[in-house]
Design a protein around this ligand. Structure first.
Ligand code: FE2
Length: 270
């Protein structure tokens, strides 16, 4: 009896720690099946105690997980991203941001949070939107590297707390490029969202910070996403892995506001 109790006291925290330490990784999905296999391999007199330990560790982890969700820290409330931005011309880079010169920017899916019919605007984030004020600027080029005038670029993204506006058009809008193919959105830096990638209880909707983009020059519409180079969640965002060489913004140095820069290259001749 003493031995069984000791087994539970030792193994339950081990189970809890195994789940806790694999938090936010794809390894977590394997912890419970592995523990069950270990229990099945044990001699009968130990198996019952080990099962209790696995159950206790798992229940303890679930309590910890949901407790942490309830206590989730609020994002700092940044100053309004209103019209206080200065509006200097953004210096243009020499070439496309995509690797290999004017290689077309790879396309990506819409994702689940697109809302059609967004308004035309430059100031994308309403006053009081959570997040660091950020300018998102760049150009739309054809595959000769020449600017595309009159392209409609529509973007949508989560705010600095990782929340999309599902009822209105905050952090959603479109513009038409000028004769230099330029666009400039004043918004906030988005935050990633989702809690787990493939955990026991989490969501598969785990994303690092990104901006969704649609570009229309006639038909069809080109859709993609761009990521940020400084987001620690990138390594866990499966979508990022496929686009990390081509669809990552650059931060423009020496700008009065944080400026993220990306030139989109369309797969069309000039
Ligand atoms: Fe998204």
């Amino acid at each position: 009896m003493m031995f069984e109790l000791l087994l539970v006291v030792i193994l339950a925290p081990v189970m809890f720690l195994a789940l806790r330490k694999t938090d936010d990784t794809n390894l977590q999905i394997g912890v419970l099946p592995l523990a069950i296999l270990v229990v099945l391999a044990l001699p009968e007199e130990s198996a019952m105690s080990a099962s209790v330990a696995v159950a206790l560790g798992t229940v303890g982890y679930l309590a910890y997980f949901f407790g942490a969700r309830v206590r989730r820290e609020p994002m700092p409330d940044y100053a309004s991203a209103g019209s206080s931005f200065p509006a200097p011309e953004v210096a243009l880079s020499d070439g496309a941001r995509a690797s290999g010169g004017f290689m077309p920017t790879p396309a990506g899916p819409d994702g689940p949070y697109y809302r059609p019919n967004s308004p035309a605007k430059r100031q994308l984030a309403e006053d009081g939107t959570k997040g660091e004020p950020m300018r998102f600027a760049g150009r739309i080029l054809n595959n000769d590297g020449r600017p595309v005038e009159g392209a409609i670029i529509e973007i949508w993204h989560a705010d600095g707390a990782g929340e999309y506006d599902h009822t209105d058009f905050n952090c959603r809008g479109h513009q038409t490029t000028n004769q230099d193919g330029q666009f400039v959105f004043d918004t906030v830096k988005p935050k990633g969202y989702g809690v787990r990638s493939m955990s026991l209880i989490g969501t598969v909707d785990f994303r690092s910070a990104h901006i969704h983009v649609k570009i229309r020059v006639g038909e069809p519409t080109f859709t993609t996403q761009v990521w940020f180079p400084d987001d620690a969640r990138n390594r866990l965002d499966v979508a990022y892995w496929a686009f990390k060489k081509t669809n990552v913004v650059e931060f423009e140095p020496s700008q009065p506001v944080l400026t993220a820069r990306f030139d989109f290259v369309l797969d069309q001749a000039g």
